[in-house]
Every structure is written in structure tokens, then in C-alpha cells.
Design a protein around this ligand. Structure first.
Ligand SMILES: [Zn+2]
Length: 133
């Protein structure tokens, strides 16, 4: 099995590959933009990096656990499309995206979400989101 560092493209879809994209963020690097953080969180769902998802979630809204490993059937993530990034002010931003996934042998589904991000002490955090139908 290939090491995840050689994943190309990156799970978020960036052709540069995991080690040039979401990998460093998962290892502790700071996301420069809310979109970067959002992409790295999608990749963390793909790679089941629950630790990273919780660490990048704002303390005000962070769940105690995501139980990704217990999810049945487990989702197969099919791709991410970032539709829009909007800067609200220096420390607030909105990212609209569509993530596609499949549960077990089911048909592909879409999660269309507008997420809010907050920056504190120079680090971006996911705050909350609204699902669109
Ligand atoms: Zn990536």
C-alpha cells in the first residue's frame, strides 16, 4: 500500500498532491486561508483524521467526538468542489462547497454547505455551517 504522503492528487482534489497540500496542515502547519482549512478538513474526513477535524473546529461549537470509525456504513468520499470563498473581515470568512460521497453501495449523495470560519491567534477554525438542499 502506498504511503499517504505520496497521494496524488491530494484527497481534496489538488493535483499538487497530499504532501504539497493538506499533508502539512494535518501535521500542524497553519492554513493561510479559510479555503485551505476547509480543503484540509475534507481531506481529514477522507483519511479519517478525527483528531485533526476536532482540532480545527472552533471550541464554541466543537463536538466531543465524531465517531468516524463507528459510522456504518462508512462513507466513501468522491470529491470536493469549492464554489465560493468570501472574506467577511480579516478574521471571518465563508466557504461554500459541495462534497460528494456514497454510503455503502448506495447512490452518490451531495453535501452542499456554506461554512463559517473564524481566525483566532492566527489560526483558522471551522465554526459552523448551513446545509443547502
Ligand atoms: Zn489538499
Amino acid at each position: 500500500m502506498k504511503s499517504i504522503d505520496t497521494l496524488t492528487p491530494c484527497p481534496c482534489g489538488n493535483p499538487a498532491g497530499y504532501s504539497q497540500c493538506c499533508g502539512p496542515l494535518h501535521d500542524g502547519a497553519t492554513a493561510a486561508t479559510a479555503e485551505q482549512l476547509m480543503r484540509s478538513r475534507y481531506s481529514a474526513y477522507v483519511l479519517k483524521r478525527e483528531d485533526y477535524l476536532l482540532a480545527s473546529w472552533h471550541a464554541d461549537t466543537r463536538p466531543a467526538s465524531l465517531r468516524l470509525a463507528a459510522q456504518q456504513p462508512p462513507p466513501t468520499w468522491l470529491g470536493l468542489e469549492v464554489r465560493r470563498q468570501q472574506r467577511v473581515d480579516d478574521d471571518h470568512a465563508i466557504v461554500e462547497f459541495v462534497a460528494r460521497y456514497r454510503l455503502g453501495g448506495g447512490r452518490a449523495q451531495r453535501q452542499h454547505e456554506t461554512s463559517r470560519f473564524v481566525r483566532e491567534d492566527g489560526r483558522w477554525y471551522y465554526h459552523d455551517g448551513e446545509l443547502k438542499s
